[in-house]
Design a protein around this ligand. Structure first.
Ligand code: MRU
Length: 345
């Protein structure tokens, strides 16, 4: 682990990588076991990839998209599935992350056109990694010397294969010697902040402190946060977006305290087919994630539970979207999406 003050070279990618294609299988870092154990799993069949996505063994919208792209390859080459069946099994895993549907569609297109599906999946992965590095370069000027950045959930290398979205500008600022500091929301109920974001930051030697979700308002109110950067699971053309539950309240708190709030995302997270946030399908996960933690009851067994995995933040709370092509105001998104090849199935 590099010591703080001796950052790696500006372009050198983080040591953490969420997955790689190796020997005809998808090898993923099991994110359920972090930070306690670094365990890799080899997935050789499409149903195993689908299960890994469903159980959050691999997670984070962009990583899910790449995993699903390789899942399609396995469905064709190993499982002998038809293209419709393969795409359906993967689409059913998690409904909110737009990148999932883009990753599937990229390989589906190659499959239907008789092209090399593995090359399509690998090209999709390469493009995502390049886009995330570009997000880092575009957002780094927002992270000044010693800037204190609040983030929610994990929008780092684990969530995007490499670099991250919200963490990419922080990484590039760190590599430029600007010594940023990160407030890490723990992110109940599955603790992606304290388990995963803090682990990634420690691996790189970036200064940080983990806080209980409920403490964010306290530090924002004391003037100890300079900016907020989060990732997203789906962004509509108005700029309304879905991200890990708890994001909306952080955006409201940031506005109340005059702290700029940014959303970092690759183009695969933008859904040009939707306008308003309430059109985004929000995944509701098992109540057991709230009722128990690590085998210990955290609510009475009979108590009903609601467990939305994401919430919706209106675009009026967003100062800017950090994209691979620069920082855009919410009102610039629609025009920008029109100029692109459509990235939706
Ligand atoms: O349920 P998860 O852990 O997959 O949720 C992840 C998030 O909400 C991330 O913030 C989002 O996917 C952006 S990751 C670059």
């Amino acid at each position: 682990m590099p010591e703080p003050g001796s950052p790696p070279a500006r372009r050198s990618p983080p040591a953490v990588r969420a997955l790689r294609w190796e020997g005809g299988s998808l090898v993923v870092l099991d994110q359920r076991q972090l930070p306690g154990a670094t365990v890799h799993r080899t997935l050789g069949h499409l149903p195993e990839v689908a299960e890994a996505i469903r159980t959050l063994t691999v997670r984070g919208a962009p990583t899910i998209g790449v995993a699903a792209a390789y899942g399609m390859v396995l469905g064709q080459r190993v499982d002998g599935l038809g293209v419709d069946e393969a795409a359906r099994l993967l689409r059913e895993t998690r409904p909110t992350a737009h990148d999932l549907f883009v990753g599937i569609a990229e390989v589906e297109r190659a499959w239907r056109e008789g092209k090399d599906t593995l090359e399509a999946a690998a090209a999709y992965e390469r493009r995502l990694v390049e886009e995330c590095h570009a997000i880092g370069e575009a957002g780094a000027p927002l992270v000044g010397q010693g800037a204190r950045v609040l983030t929610h959930c994990n929008a780092g290398a684990l969530a995007t294969v490499a670099w991250g979205t919200a963490l990419a500008p922080i990484r590039v600022a760190f590599r430029s010697g600007r010594d940023p500091f990160v407030w890490v929301d723990e992110t109940r109920p599955l603790l992606q902040g304290s388990r995963l974001t803090a682990w990634e930051l420690r691996e790189e030697g970036i200064r940080h402190a983990v806080i209980a979700d409920n403490a964010a308002g306290y530090f924002l109110g004391r003037g100890e946060v300079d900016l907020v950067i989060v990732g997203a699971d789906r962004i509509t053309r108005s700029g309304d977006f879905a991200n890990k539950v708890g994001t909306y309240e952080k955006a409201v708190l940031a506005r109340e305290n005059g702290v700029p709030f940014y959303v970092a995302a690759p183009w695969s997270t933008f859904d040009a087919s939707l306008t308003r946030g309430d059109e985004i399908p929000v995944e509701e996960r098992s109540g057991d994630e709230v009722r128990n933690f690590a085998g210990i009851a955290t609510a009475p067994e009979g108590s009903p539970v609601r467990n939305p995995a994401f919430d919706l933040t209106p675009h009026r709370f967003v100062r800017g979207f950090i994209t691979p092509d620069g920082v855009l105001a919410p009102e610039e998104i629609e025009e920008r999406l029109k100029a692109q090849r459509p990235l939706h199935p």
